[in-house]
Write a protein that binds this ligand. Structure first.
Ligand code: SAM
Length: 225
């Protein structure tokens, strides 16, 4: 039994998503998998809660690719990723998440990354056409406020996830790499059903806390353009 939490909109399972099939019956995949870049964050001296400095399964893109195989070809999916790792197969479009207010600490390189990639697979996406660069202006998008507050190393802004989900085909959203629960919160905020899976129990706890505390996470919309 993997069901960890359920409400009118959201179902969350605890475990390895590769061993759980329920999420594959959803209608749209919106997920932020381990990128496959062996990412290690800095230490967060301002953290109020303990924070892991790495993401499970990030040594390669194996977990992402297994999930995409389970999902199947030509089905609608939005999948976060990094230019440093091989892209998934059958990408129809590439979006950029530009963190306009990202101000790094001390850096030795003349440039620092303020963007991440989002791959669109499959078809059926809807809504008014807009540029493929999604800008957020909130410093909490970066590895500072939100990370220190939540205790997850790579949370995505709920407002950004809402913008993505608003353009998804109708139906249930699946996020098999739920993390701190941004996709699930965003889906529920938009009145959409969602099913998530998370490997680490401490993040399942965090998701339940966020879902229970926030009927609607309006604060996360601030600073998203
Ligand atoms: C990049 S984070 C997702 C962050 C999330 N989008 C958010 O806003 O917080 C990837 C998450 O996938 C989880 N994970 C890694 N391998 C997994 C697996 N095989 N099954 C389920 N979850 C997994 C990690 O524990 C991590 O929380």
């Amino acid at each position: 039994m993997t069901l960890y939490y359920e409400d009118e909109y959201v179902q969350l399972h605890h475990g390895d998503c590769r061993g759980i099939r329920g999420w594959t019956r959803a209608d749209v995949l919106v997920t932020d998998p381990p990128y496959g870049v062996a990412w290690l964050s800095g230490q967060f001296s301002n953290a109020k809660v303990p924070i892991e400095t790495d993401v499970a399964g990030d040594a390669d893109t194996g977990a992402r690719d297994a999930v995409l195989e389970m999902w199947g070809k030509n089905r609608p999916a939005l999948v976060f990723g990094s230019w440093r790792a091989p892209r998934p197969q059958d990408v129809n479009n590439r979006l950029i998440w530009y963190k306009a207010a990202n101000i790094p600490g001390h850096r030795t390189q003349p440039w620092f990354a303020a963007d991440e990639e989002i791959y669109q697979l499959g078809t059926g996406f809807i809504g008014k056409p807009e540029q493929n660069v999604l800008v957020t202006h909130d410093r909490r998008d970066g590895a500072h406020g939100e990370v220190a507050k939540l205790g997850h190393p790579t949370p995505k802004p709920v407002g950004l996830m809402e913008r993505l989900i608003a353009k998804c085909p109708p139906g249930v959203i699946a996020d098999p790499f739920a993390g701190s629960g941004a996709t699930l919160l965003a889906a529920r905020n938009l009145g959409r059903k969602a099913i998530g899976v998370e490997l680490e129990e401490k993040y399942c706890e965090l998701i339940v806390k966020r879902l229970s505390q926030q009927a609607f996470d309006f604060s996360a919309l601030e600073g998203v353009s």
